[in-house]
Design a protein around this ligand. Sequence first.
Ligand SMILES: *Cc1c(COP(=O)(O)O)cnc(C)c1O
Length: 344
Amino acid sequence: MMTVDFRSDTVTKPTPGMLEAMMTAEVGDDVFNEDPTIKKLEAKIAVMFGKEAAIYCPSGTMTNQIALRIHTQPQDEVICDKRSHIYLYEGGGIASNSHISARLVDGDRGRLSPEHILENINNPDDIHLPLTTLVSLENTMNKGGGAYYTLAQIKAVSDAARSNSLKMHLDGARIFNALVETGDRPEDVGELFDTVSACFSKGLGAPVGSALVGSHEHIKKAKRVRKVFGGGMRQAGFLAAACIYALDNHVERLKIDHQKAKALGGLIETIPYVTGLLPVDTNIVIFELDKKVLATDMVAKLKEAGILAVPFGKHEVRLVTHLDIKDDMIDYFGQAVGKLKSAF
Ligand SMILES: *Cc1c(COP(=O)(O)O)cnc(C)c1O
């Protein structure tokens, strides 16, 4: 029996080419600003997004949390979707790290519109209300089934935010999944935000790390916060080399992951007790089960068949495609699904 791991696009192992790049990396102490490979990665990702500077961090949670911290003051409020990673999956860091509140809105599969911004800005003259200072978007939207924004949609939100003096942050854990679909240039997206967080450890297949890009001033502040969060790393160039390799070799191929995800979606729709499937726009497949079937039970059944997935709600299950999913694994999934049709 095969084991096929659709739990997340974080489960990938470095390819031989990536490992080679890591083993031969030139390194130094990055807390002393002496790691040439870290510097190379930071310069590369900053230029890609049209920004002055970047900072490499151990995780996307850290880059997001640093951004929240540098853009706000205690008691401020950030507008974000109710399904946002920054709200749901960062351990309450919004409150504990930045001492701010979140204004949760219900976007279209997690995507916000200009109206969401305009309707949720507090009157700055009313001392009862937290001061609205930041908007945080997520692209692609994990909990929205990998939904992405077009450049025009982001621009409309950004215009609404900036005309009200709000800062803009992007949680771009999967920004490259969005960009290969829209064909937009990263620098055009970067222009619409003050800071962008991009993960190398998701679809790009690097073992560790995320970058935050922004102005010199933002990244200078970010370095201070990263140190406090315990994210200053030493000879991290070994990790950065994998990220450089990923940017050079693993961006265009994300389309393959998206095709595979669409194929999974088609197979899942044939299961009689599947009552819903979010549109499969990128590499994330979220489906809903009949109310009689618990997600945990479905995940257990899949596991018995060698398919790993995660429960994503009481009756929702998520599958993610990635670099280590090969064609024969999709065929294998098809066979497993055939057998599971009468499981519940
Ligand atoms: C994975 C992810 C992050 C960052 O996660 P880490 O595991 O901390 O690197 C941030 N936002 C979204 C939408 C994610 O999917």
